[in-house]
Write a protein that binds this ligand. Structure first.
Ligand code: AQP
Length: 345
């Protein structure tokens, strides 16, 4: 199809985070900070708390409710504004599950089998015992995005493959049904730090579901906890090098420099220019001060917002209505394209 004949999709941004635990510094630097920038750059922005995704692994129901509100509080505290962005939780817009099902019938088992996150999450475990939902996770994620005809998806590096799969699903649907209905979405991997690593193992990403709380900084950690986690972060005995290449084969050192750069807005080169030759005994307290100064206002605001869960629910409910108004016509048109009778007489 020529460029001129392609249907134009309006630039629309969608992304989501699972309320599967507390927000980490990785979620903040890899995703939320960029969500806020895109909102403030004037794009139409839709940000979701993907609770249907969270239950692909066991979630205690009370904890899930609290984590969903806490995630909403994190979005708001970091600068997302319900007057500018649509903020809602996924299960309140039923079309996510409906389109997810249609995409389960479009996506191929082989595609899902190749997903590295699936492989990581099942490695060393009995894959027969994980939920079917975990296997189909990327297909529901494609539905989240395409339900809004979103053209741009800000994510951390670990989600790139899932956005690429979303493109494959859109292309296969369009091809199979002979339409140009779903856009081919672009991943936007431009967070302040697109891959923040565990504080205990520089080769593993920082994750909210890591069994070790010492592996991550939570947005709700107090100053003492942040300082302690950074002090105890795994490092090596060498001083910081003069240039980036000196961080090769030093994943833990690279991670801490990366975090410092992302929080301060400095380049990694500038961080090394300031700290080259110094050991971690000197660098870690500076990093801890910076992390506390950056995160304390967010954490305090989250605490304040969590005092009023009814207000959070009201914001999410209003966001769900606005999201539904965009999603429902796209879902109905999808049913029509697929060949389903929708009239009830
Ligand atoms: N360590 C990270 N560095 C940079 N970005 C990250 N993201 C997550 N961890 C890092 C980005 O945050 C967004 C939300 O992710 P998610 O909650 O939907 O799922 P995830 O990627 O699986 O994140 P977690 O924290 O590791 O959750 P669990 O432990 O529940 O699986 C995404 O844009 C992601 O790239």
């Amino acid at each position: 199809m020529t460029e001129a004949a392609k249907p134009a999709f309006k630039k629309r941004v969608f992304s989501g985070i699972q309320p599967s635990g507390g927000l980490t510094l990785g979620n903040y630097l890899g995703a939320i900070k960029r969500f806020v920038e895109m909102q403030n750059e004037g794009f139409e922005t839709i940000y979701c708390m993907v609770d249907l995704h969270a239950i692909t692994v066991w979630q205690n129901p009370e904890a899930l409710r609290r984590q969903t509100r806490e995630l909403a509080a994190g979005y708001l505290a970091a600068g997302l504004d319900p007057a500018k962005s649509i903020l809602f939780n996924q299960s309140q817009v039923s079309a996510h599950a409906e389109l997810g099902w249609v995409f389960n019938c479009v996506a191929r088992m082989g595609w899902m089998n190749r997903m590295t996150q699936w492989k990581d999450k099942t490695s060393g475990k009995d894959a027969e015992k994980v939920s079917l939902g975990l296997f189909a996770y990327p297909s529901l994620m494609a539905a989240d995005i395409l339900l809004y005809h979103a053209t741009h998806v800000p994510v951390g590096e670990d989600q790139k493959q899932h956005v690429e799969l979303t493109r494959d699903i859109a292309a296969k649907f369009n091809h199979d049904y002979g339409v140009e209905f779903f856009p081919i979405t672009e991943p936007v991997i431009e967070g302040a730090a697109t891959r923040v690593m565990s504080l205990r193992d520089g080769t593993k990403k920082m994750s909210k579901s890591d069994p070790s709380d010492m592996s991550r900084i939570n947005l709700t950690d107090d100053a003492d906890t942040i300082a302690k986690k950074i002090r105890k972060a795994k490092t090596d005995p060498e001083p910081l090098p003069e240039d980036i290449s000196g961080l090769d084969d030093r994943p833990e050192a690279r991670n801490l420099v990366n975090i410092y750069a992302a929080l301060s807005g400095m380049t990694k080169e500038a961080v090394l220019a300031e700290y080259a030759g110094q050991g971690f005994g000197a660098f870690k307290p500076k990093l801890a001060d910076l992390a506390v100064a950056s995160l304390a206002p967010i954490s305090a605001e989250m605490g304040r917002l969590m005092q009023d869960p009814a207000e959070i629910d009201r914001i999410l409910g209003e966001g769900a209505e606005r999201a539904d108004a965009i999603a429902r016509p796209i879902m109905e048109r999808t049913y029509e394209i697929v060949g389903m009778i929708r009239s009830r007489g």
